[in-house]
Ligand binder design. Structure first.
Ligand SMILES: [Zn+2]
Length: 450
């Protein structure tokens, strides 16, 4: 078995060449290849008692989810057990023409490895494998830590069988600490421990004011059309500065690292004359406060516009929920607000509710302290606590199934990784430091009593 960073990068390149995507439009046998390749890497470490490729049922259907790898070794002599999570499926590459080098052809340029999955999340898998190789090489038979490794095959496609997989394999997955290596760092030199994630509540809202469409010259000015009611209603969701104006949607109050308006403008592509929205520090707006966005609308299209009063308009609203509030509580507040503000007594119908809870890490546990120390030593730079504006919904499933476990959200990405976008890449120094960090964490946990 080859070890060290060059071997890990070569294995990572091999994984990047396998285009495993869980969308039905892609060749699903690639996910089997990809799971088998990960299982072979796990077996080759020599530390696991058992390595399996497994599928779990998708609840409410007669289908099974994509193949996941489950590798386990029991703890010896009362040592703790750690569960290492990552995923081997990737996002579709999008338009190949936007890639500077082909998406499934791993390419090193300027200290970065380019390719779909090079960062999200095949580098997470290789950080686990490479750190296991390193501790097993150094500790030999003194490695007594219990290790479970769970590499999912459909994270990018909604983790549909995830909860079922956890309950099917509950005993094999039970651990004192869980490392979820699917997040990022403050920048390519400063490690980050992700301590909060926003949740997500999404729903469809139909606004009706009329029984049927009418000539706008006949009744316009005397009866409200649905577009007028909808735009007036939606406008009540925000204050003048663009912050959310919904009573009952909460915010979290905590310090955030510096992040300049200039960086925000650059990274988000804000037009020169457009100003940012919200109040408080920029990162507190993204990490700790709610956001409400209208992401879809069904109304007459511009091409088929006529002088008609619209009887109904349908919109899809997506809200980001502050960590610490449940998605369903935030939704209740939104529905209450919209019903209370419906103009002209417009009829509102809510449907297609979809909730993902956010997450606040309990940072008081011993594993958090051990992880911060390992980051400081592995990167040579003290770590910072990070929030994430998006969500990793399966973390709520982990907490539900394993309430006793300490959850450590780490990762190999940096702000230039462009996960999900063309030209995704991994910073090679970050990867090396992430492997060193995880190896230190495993070695130090190996010294503890459970
Ligand atoms: Zn990911």
């Amino acid at each position: 078995m080859a070890t060290g960073i060059p071997a890990a990068l070569s294995d990572l390149g091999h994984l990047v060449r396998i285009p495993g995507m869980a969308w039905p439009a892609f060749d699903q046998t690639q996910l089997e290849r990809s799971a088998d390749a990960v299982a072979a890497l796990a077996k080759d470490t020599g530390v696991f008692d058992e390595v399996q490729v497994l599928r779990a049922a998708i609840p409410g259907t007669d289908e099974y989810g994509q193949p996941a790898v489950l590798a386990t070794r029991a703890a010896r002599n009362g040592k703790p057990t750690i569960l290492l999570y990552a995923h081997h499926d990737v996002q579709p590459p999008g338009d190949d023409a936007l890639w500077e080098t082909p998406p499934f052809e791993p390419t090193v340029r300027d200290g970065r490895l380019y390719g779909r999955g090079a960062a999200d999340d095949k580098a997470g898998i290789m950080a686990h494998i490479a750190s296991i190789r390193a501790v097993s090489e150094v500790l030999g038979d003194d490695l007594e830590l219990g290790i479970a490794m769970f590499i999912e095959g459909e994270e990018e496609y909604g983790s549909r069988s995830f909860a079922q997989f956890l309950s099917d394999n509950k005993d094999a997955l039970r651990a004192d600490a869980i490392v979820v290596a699917d997040s990022g760092n403050l920048d390519s030199v400063t490690p980050g421990l992700t301590v909060s994630l926003r949740g997500n509540a999404r729903f469809t809202l139909r606004v009706r004011t009329l029984d049927h469409a009418s000539h706008s010259g006949m009744f316009g000015g005397a009866v409200p059309d649905a577009m007028m009611a909808t735009t007036k209603l939606l406008a009540t969701l925000w204050n003048d500065d663009g912050s959310v104006a919904v009573d009952g949607m909460t915010a979290r109050d905590t310090e955030t690292p510096d992040y300049s308006e200039e960086t925000l403008r650059d990274e988000a592509g804000l037009l020169p004359g457009t100003s940012p929205i919200g109040d408080g520090t920029i990162l507190s707006r993204i990490w700790n406060k709610p956001a409400v966005t209208v992401i879809g609308i069904d109304a007459t299209s511009v091409a088929s516009a006529s002088n008609t009063l619209l009887p109904e308009v349908t919109v899809v609203i997506s809200s980001r929920v502050a960590p610490g509030q449940s998605a369903s509580d935030a939704y209740d507040a939104l529905e209450r607000h919209l019903r209370a503000h419906a103009p002209f007594g417009a009829e509102l119908t809510f449907s297609d509710l979809d909730f993902g809870d956010g997450f606040l890490v309990d940072t008081s546990g011993w594993a958090v302290g051990l992880t911060r120390d390992a980051m400081r030593d592995g990167y040579g730079v003290p770590p910072v606590d990070l929030g994430v504006g998006g969500s990793i919904p399966f973390i709520a499933d982990l907490v539900r199934e394993f309430p006793e476990a300490q959850i450590l959200v780490t990762g190999v990405e940096d702000p230039y990784s462009r996960a999900h976008s063309p030209n995704e890449s991994l910073h090679l120094d970050t990867f090396r430091n992430a492997v060193a960090t995880e190896a230190l964490l495993l070695a130090r946990m190996n010294r503890r009593e459970a």
